[in-house]
Design a protein around this ligand. Structure first.
Ligand SMILES: *Cc1c(COP(=O)(O)O)cnc(C)c1O
Length: 391
């Protein structure tokens, strides 16, 4: 038996190296990576600018502490502020911690404003916010909670996409509304622009905070730096991670003026959060994402991928129920009689890495540097595999 705690099952495939959109296993076999470590390796593998930044920083300093000034952190925070709604940023090491930070900010904001009873957060069905107790309590996914009760109090869940249910769930104790602009793990469920607009209006009407979990949708994944930027609205709090460090573990919680003001010295902290190595990686990733034309490329490639998936769905209409997503966060929902997990395995055997999601969905989340020829290859593999499945 493996010495690794068996939380991940027992995967058989291991990779030795990567280059661009490709990964190579220990036998040298090449795989097209449309999984990207689950929306993490935004620049693909071995991106020279990112590698150089990390190597350069490693030769100087890995870590000291937030007891001291960290110039790379100052720079990264300022650049996120300059390019978003936010006025300050807290750095951590993962998605779940970035959500956890946002939950604390929401509570602290109302407490600071003289309403400590306003500590409950409205969340939605099908959401995923990470694996700490607070974020499990927020998402309320049965399969993740089993055996870990009691959950934390303070979260009220409503059906995703239904504004009336959100309004009905608001009480004098509500502090915030927490949603993913596109639910990733839940099955690429897309919140309409109208839903986001109405959530913002509702939050304003009741003095609630709007908290967007952009751990998966952020850092260019949908063709904007953050997905909310497709809409007219701005959140009060936003969590980010996954693509942020391009493969180096980095998380961030962004907050607007009024929320930032509540987080005075001593209210939150992290030993590793925002250390020099993490910030070298994050700044390097942002250098590339902010380059002229980069997000346009994501939008273009997203359109190519969507069109190809739609063609596949038309051809295999008895097997693909729906194509949905935004930018390079795309998914296909399979018909009931086909298991997404077995198709993911079959694609993997044919050299294409993808990842499943809720609602029997297969996610196609290539690196943002993907080119049309890679998408064409991926679609050909999908076509082969679907053609070979008898239902
Ligand atoms: C992946 C994910 C998380 C959790 O991130 P970890 O780094 O695994 O803690 C939280 N929220 C969303 C929307 C995610 O996709």
């Amino acid at each position: 038996m493996s010495a690794i705690m068996p939380t991940y099952g027992s995967p058989s495939l291991a990779f030795e190296r990567g280059h661009g959109v490709y990964l190579y296993d220990t036998d040298g076999k090449q795989y097209l990576d449309f999984c990207t470590g689950i929306a993490v390796t935004a620049l693909g593998h071995n991106h020279p600018h990112l590698v150089h930044a990390i190597q350069d920083q490693a030769g100087k300093l890995l870590h000291y502490s937030n007891l001291y000034q960290i110039p790379g952190q100052e720079r990264m925070a300022q650049r996120l502020v300059d390019n978003t709604f936010a006025s300050s940023v807290f750095f951590c090491n993962s998605g779940t911690e970035s959500v956890e930070c946002g939950i604390k900010i929401a509570r602290r904001y109302h407490s600071d404003a003289g309403s400590p009873e306003r500590n409950r957060i409205i969340t939605t069905t099908g959401s995923f916010h990470g694996r700490t107790l607070a974020t499990l309590s927020a998402a309320k996914q049965e399969k993740h909670m089993t055996g870990f009760l009691p959950m934390l109090d303070g979260f009220d869940q409503v059906p995703f996409g239904n504004l009336n249910e959100v309004r009905a769930a608001i009480t004098d104790e509500t502090a915030a509304i927490l949603v993913e602009p596109v639910q990733g793990e839940g099955g690429i469920n897309y919140a309409s622009e109208d839903y986001l607009n109405r959530l913002r209006e509702t939050a304003d009407e009741y003095g609630l905070l709007l908290f967007l979990d952009e751990v998966q949708t952020g850092m260019g994944r949908t063709g904007k730096l953050f997905a909310y930027q497709w809409s007219e609205i701005e959140p009060d709090i936003l969590s980010s991670a996954k693509g942020l460090g391009g493969g180096f573990p980095v998380g961030a919680c962004l907050a607007n003026d009024k929320c930032s003001a509540a987080m005075v010295a001593g209210t939150h902290g992290s030993t590793f959060g925002g250390n020099p190595m993490a910030m070298a990686a994050a700044n390097a990733v942002l250098d590339v994402i902010l380059q002229e034309g980069f997000l346009g490329h994501v939008i273009d490639m997203g359109a190519v991928l969507r069109k190809g998936l739609e063609i596949a769905a038309a051809k295999h209409s008895e097997k693909i129920i729906e194509v949905r997503g935004l930018g390079l966060l795309m998914g296909i929902e399979l018909s009931e009689d086909i298991l997404n997990g077995s198709v993911v395995k079959e694609l993997e055997a044919q050299g294409l890495l993808t990842v499943g999601a809720g609602n029997n969905v297969i996610r196609f989340i290539p690196p943002l540097i993907v080119e049309e020829s890679h998408i064409t290859d991926a679609l050909a593999t999908l076509d082969d595999v679907l053609t070979g499945i008898n239902v």
